[in-house]
Design a protein around this ligand. Structure first.
Ligand SMILES: NC(=O)c1ccc[n+]([C@@H]2O[C@H](COP(=O)([O-])OP(=O)(O)OC[C@H]3O[C@@H](n4cnc5c(N)ncnc54)[C@H](OP(=O)(O)O)[C@@H]3O)[C@@H](O)[C@H]2O)c1
Length: 422
């Protein structure tokens, strides 16, 4: 267990013993959508770690779905095994036992109204007040096609509305919504975590869907008096506090960028054998702002920070879960190409017009999606609202500098950046 997590544990116990209003009941009841997500599972791990010596006091209700004929309960069990390096073997078996016998699993499809939830599960949800209801489930798809727009609308906007309709039927202390720092669209410069402007260009329909859902949450809070918190995270990367370092459950955003070059390389080399040791020259001019960077936040930091805000009963509403330091493009782009051992690329400040075959393949989808981010002026996400929570818990966001970025790359490399191949 890391030093920082020990101090967080002490802090939360202090907060609990001080009996803040939201957590003063004998048992803490926590409900969550999206527990199987990258962020959700790390929040779940954090909740288990924080309550490891007092699981009897914790009542956990997970709303989610079965996948590929694996029940939600079994999916969670498999996921929790990822904690094997974070806790002792005894603690892990205690948590697994808790998951098997104590966690309440609610089969729930986000796109359907809460009335589709079976009556027994609904009764479980209604039985007693829920201290924290975390809504994390969402679709993160940056493409702009009619089908994707429709899915984003149904899942991110209507899905959020469905959870709000559900909590109207429950007693909920706090509703915590996970938004995106990029709901600021193409705005640059200083950005506050309650900045809302629908009247501006967005990079993609995903950003807009997250903003529209967030507005629904804010309106709901105002209309009902239920405390609603908004957590806007920047691009989430692998763990940099809890072991295994670099740990991540999916390979999208910048991992997906590296995966593109790995796939391209495999196709040029005609296979995957010695894929990392065999260099491959690919003639491509990659457009990014050499002086720019991007904001990426380690998933374990984001989960800890979010949970701490709730445990400390912070009076605020809107928070950025972001890194204090940008990761320079001039560092991470060559580092990704180096990890997949691709040579021969160069940087350019605007998309070339005379594209060769490799460049055409790149700019057709991936470059089209990511170039606007990679050429953006700096976005300075304000973190004042979360500063005191972080200070109290002695929690600091690990910088994603060259050394830490290499840790992320090593983990991803061990999993071939999520690319399935024979
Ligand atoms: N990842 C990032 O870089 C990033 C950045 C900013 C904000 N966020 C926000 O943070 C939250 C978590 O993101 P993530 O990247 O960790 O998520 P993720 O790994 O992509 O997982 C998505 C989650 O949503 C659930 N879900 C999707 N559609 C559903 C449906 N129709 N019914 C029920 N559940 C559904 C998935 O369940 P299944 O496992 O059953 O599919 C999964 O638990 C999201 O709200 C996202 O918008 C993420």
């Amino acid at each position: 267990m890391s030093d920082s997590s020990t101090s967080i544990g002490q802090q939360s116990r202090t907060a609990l013993s001080q009996g803040s209003p939201a957590i003063s009941s004998k048992k803490t009841r926590i409900a969550m959508t999206g527990a199987t997500s990258l962020l959700g599972r790390n929040l779940l791990f954090e909740i288990f770690k924080e309550n490891i010596h007092d699981l009897d006091r914790l009542e956990l209700i997970l709303l989610g779905r079965a996948k590929e004929s694996q029940a939600l309960r079994d999916r969670v069990r498999e996921m929790v095994c990822e904690m094997s390096e974070m806790v002792s073997p005894d603690e892990l078996s205690h948590i697994l036992d808790y998951c098997a016998h104590r966690v309440i699993y609610v089969d729930s499809e986000l796109t359907e109204p809460y009335t589709k939830i079976d009556s027994h599960s609904l009764h479980q949800l209604q039985r007693a007040p829920i201290d924290f209801f975390f809504h994390l489930a969402a679709i993160s798809n940056f493409r702009d096609t009619p089908a994707v727009r429709e899915l984003l609308h149904r899942t991110n906007i209507e899905g959020t509305l469905n959870t709000l309709e559900l909590i109207r039927e429950l007693k909920v202390g706090e509703y915590c919504y996970t938004g995106s720092a990029y709901v600021c669209g193409t705005t640059t410069g200083k950005i506050y975590p309650d900045y809302i402007n629908l009247d501006q260009p967005f990079h993609n329909p995903y950003e807009l869907s997250k903003l529209k859902a967030e507005i629904l949450v804010r309106e709901f809070g105002t209309a009902t008096g239920v405390r609603c918190r908004i957590f806007r995270t920047s691009t989430i990367c692998g763990r940099l506090i809890e072991p295994p370092l670099g740990g991540v459950s999916k390979y999208d955003v910048f991992y997906g960028w590296a995966a593109f070059w790995l796939r391209m390389k495999a196709s040029v080399l005609g296979g995957w054998s010695d894929i990392y040791t065999r260099p491959c020259a690919l003639d491509a001019r990659i457009c990014y702002r050499a002086a720019g960077g991007f904001n990426t936040v380690p998933v374990d930091f984001a989960a800890k920070a979010m949970y701490q805000v709730c445990l400390q009963n912070d009076p605020g509403q809107s928070y950025h879960l972001v890194n204090d330091q940008e990761t320079p493009h001039a560092m991470h782009i060559p580092a990704m190409l180096n990890t997949v051992n691709v040579e021969g690329t160069s940087q350019c400040e605007t998309i070339p017009v005379d594209l060769n075959e490799t460049e055409a393949a790149y700019y057709r989808v991936l470059g089209k999606t990511f170039t606007p981010y990679m050429t953006s002026a700096p976005m300075d996400f304000d973190t004042d609202s979360i500063r005191s929570v972080l200070n109290k818990s002695r929690l600091r966001c690990p910088p994603v500098d060259a050394a830490n970025f290499q840790i992320l790359m090593e983990f991803a490399k061990q999993h071939d950046f999520g690319v399935e191949h024979n």
